[in-house]
Design a protein around this ligand. Structure first.
Ligand code: AKG
Ligand code: FE2
Length: 329
């Protein structure tokens, strides 16, 4: 018998979203739903491994990032079947009483989709630099960003714009502001323009400071192609967080540490969506739990005064379609 509707729901969602993972025939690869780093998962790898090692034929576990399931290799389809028959639909005391929903997985899936990588090297145009901002600079910015309660509220975060406003309803540049950037931005921009990737950048003239209360995030989105030029800078302050990058079935996770700089250019800017999940902590691949703090970020871009785009990513481009406001940040 199937467990109650509530317990079964995450499993059903995975089955619907990730249909190509599962195999009707027994295989040596098991997909263990409800156990992973993402959303409902949250079980650290060492705990999953200690649990699995008791089962005959177990070889290794492949954790996925940002998804509530993991893969388990057995030495044969028979061992995998025995494991499934013993545990399917059962709550597991060693894994915080989570119900295990066990399916055979199609081994090819591990070649065609990379669920487990934290390596963003294959996202062309994505640059990540640790310690780009000094502790003193961070302290100055945070001091100036203290009175955020009067800022514009966008979903669950607070934002303030400099240079130009941004219209979150129309997804377009709003008004040019008389007040330019705060002075603390200048040395940061000078350092960026001196980098090899900075040399390719237009002069950035729009700054959004975002204040994320603990647990807040930003839905998957690609910044409006027509509103901004190539090159988007994301400066992370006060808290680390995981950012998800998606392009079709590909997903990559980047750990944005406090005082880091992330640069989105080319494919990373036009062809991948980025998002921060709504949650109070993030689980790193090492199993380390990262308790989020309030996070402040700087987003720096250049406004396109005559909106247009000729990118090769029509699915994410707003040049000739009105994009549902739900999907945009
Ligand atoms: O907070 C961040 O680092 C990301 C902000 C962002 O994606 C945006 O403002 O479009
Ligand atoms: Fe964005």
């Amino acid at each position: 018998m199937l467990p109650s509707q509530d317990i079964n729901l995450p499993y059903k969602t995975i089955k619907k979203r990730e249909q190509n993972i599962f195999s009707q025939e027994p295989t040596p690869l098991i997909c263990l739903t409800n156990v992973g780093f993402g959303g409902l998962g949250g079980v650290p790898q060492p705990i999953v491994e200690a649990f699995l090692e008791k089962y005959e034929g177990y070889i290794k576990v492949i954790m996925t990032l940002g998804k509530p399931f993991c893969f388990v290799w057995f030495s044969s389809a028979e061992y995998a079947t025995a494991f499934k028959n013993t545990l399917d639909y059962k709550p597991s005391p060693e894994l915080s009483n989570k119900h295990l929903f066990i399916e055979f997985a199609n081994p090819e899936i591990l070649q065609t989709s990379n669920f487990s990588t934290n390596d963003v090297a294959d996202v062309p145009g994505l640059t990540y630099i640790d310690d780009f901002i000094t502790e003193e600079e961070e302290a100055t910015i945070l001091e100036n960003a203290q009175n955020f309660s009067s800022w514009e509220v966008v979903k669950n975060r607070f934002v303030k714009h400099y240079g130009w406003t941004y219209d979150y309803k129309k997804f377009h540049a709003g008004l040019q502001l008389e007040q330019g950037f705060p002075s603390y931005i200048n040395p940061i921009l000078d350092r960026f323009y001196a980098l090899p990737v900075g040399k390719l950048s237009p002069k950035l003239n729009q700054l959004t400071i975002s204040h994320y209360p603990i647990g807040a995030g930003i839905p998957p989105h690609c910044d409006s192609h027509t509103a901004f030029y190539d090159t988007i800078l994301l400066v992370s302050l006060a808290s680390s967080v995981l950012m998800e990058f998606r392009s079709g079935s590909k997903m990559r996770i980047l750990h944005l540490r406090r005082r880091s700089l992330t640069v989105l250019q080319r494919d990373a800017r036009y062809g991948w969506e980025h998002a921060i999940r709504l949650r109070k902590s993030d689980l790193l691949p090492s199993g380390e739990l990262l308790e989020r703090q309030v996070r402040v970020s700087l987003t720096l871009r250049r406004i396109q005064e005559s909106p247009n785009c000729n990118c090769s990513f029509p699915n994410l481009c707003d040049r000739n379609k009105i994009i549902s406001s739900q999907d945009k940040a």
